[in-house]
Design a protein around this ligand. Structure first.
Ligand SMILES: *[C@@H]1O[C@H](CO)[C@@H](O)[C@H](O)[C@H]1NC(C)=O
Length: 305
């Protein structure tokens, strides 16, 4: 574009030369050309320095663009939805949703869960006992379904999770509301159960009545800010640390600091439907503060819980 307008400018200058005499016009034109040239160089320098911020803004805000929705089919949505997200990682596929829920919604969920918390449990491999699993997951928690929430907060959140995953609501387990106090953690683990390791699942983690299932995705909604620690960690992010030396307590790799109202979605399966080894994750110990999180595990099959 610069070249094109520059050429037009010189043509204009030569036309003027015929009228006003060569030296005067040449000097004048050269002066304006040079000042224009320097100004555009300066501007393009500024461009590079602000390029990152700009593209972020353009992609996330899309100011001034009007979106016209289509007339939906029987089950479609007649409005255009804007739910901002950030891609945290491709290995595993992890998305971050700033301000997914309001602070009031978060507090409402905590108030509901707090009086009925119990110790969190883990699924056991054949032959394992409760004793073997001690210390792996030290949080307290409770399962609450959207239907059980008389205030309708979980209903709103569940609907929104279904929108961003496009996995129907009926594929999700009830919300597991978890509290991690100082020192409490969840060692790195997979949400998806490898049938080879665990046998066909009848879901030992929940009292679901379903037969074998595969976990597809997990959505974590952070209900509190944690002053220190309590990050969700993906130690194998991008294929790092995937050797024998990794200790499942180590808090390394991609770490997501809990922020009240923000959501984290990640997939346990790759697009070719094998288990994504990089989806290994855990909860770093809370060092200061309390971590509250609402977790939804989403499966390949409908749930009847
Ligand atoms: C499935 O995809 C993963 C990467 O997403 C790849 O590493 C793996 O080899 C693939 N497996 C098969 C059986 O194609």
């Amino acid at each position: 574009m610069k070249g094109k307008s520059g050429k037009g400018y010189w043509n204009w200058c030569f036309a003027k030369t015929k009228k006003l005499g060569l030296p005067a016009v040449f000097l004048l034109c050269s002066f304006f050309f040079l000042s224009g040239f320097f100004a555009s160089t300066l501007l393009s320098l500024q461009d590079t320095s602000t390029a990152t911020t700009r593209s972020t803004l353009q992609e996330s805000v899309n100011e001034g663009i009007e979106y016209n929705s289509l007339t939906p089919g029987e089950t479609g949505d007649n409005s255009v939805t804007s739910i901002p997200f950030q891609i945290l990682s491709w290995k595993p596929r992890a998305l971050y949703f700033p301000s997914f829920a309001t602070p009031e919604q978060c507090q409402g969920v905590i108030d509901m869960a707090e009086p009925i918390l119990g110790p969190s449990t883990v699924a056991l491999r054949p032959g394992e006992t409760e004793e073997d699993s001690k210390g792996i997951r030290t949080s307290s928690g409770v399962f609450i379904s959207a239907a059980q929430d008389k205030n309708g907060i979980l209903d709103i959140i569940e609907e929104k999770i279904a929108k961003v995953t496009m996995l129907p609501r009926v594929h999700g387990e009830a919300f597991n509301i978890l509290r991690y106090e100082i020192g409490q953690l969840y060692n790195s683990h997979y949400d998806v159960f490898d049938p080879a390791e665990y046998g066909p699942q009848k879901s030992q983690r929940v009292q679901a009545k379903s037969l074998a299932f595969m976990q597809i995705a997990s959505f974590l909604l952070y209900l509190s800010n944690v002053e220190e620690g309590g990050e969700t960690m993906f130690p194998f992010e991008n294929g790092f640390n995937m050797d024998e030396s990794y200790d499942f307590k180590d808090c390394i790799g991609l770490k997501v600091k809990p922020r009240k109202g923000d959501g984290l979605l990640f997939y346990s399966m790759t697009p070719n439907l094998t288990i994504d080894a990089t989806s290994l994750h855990g909860s770093c110990p809370v060092i200061k503060g309390v971590k509250w999180v609402a977790t939804k595990w989403i499966r390949d099959q409908e749930q009847d819980d």
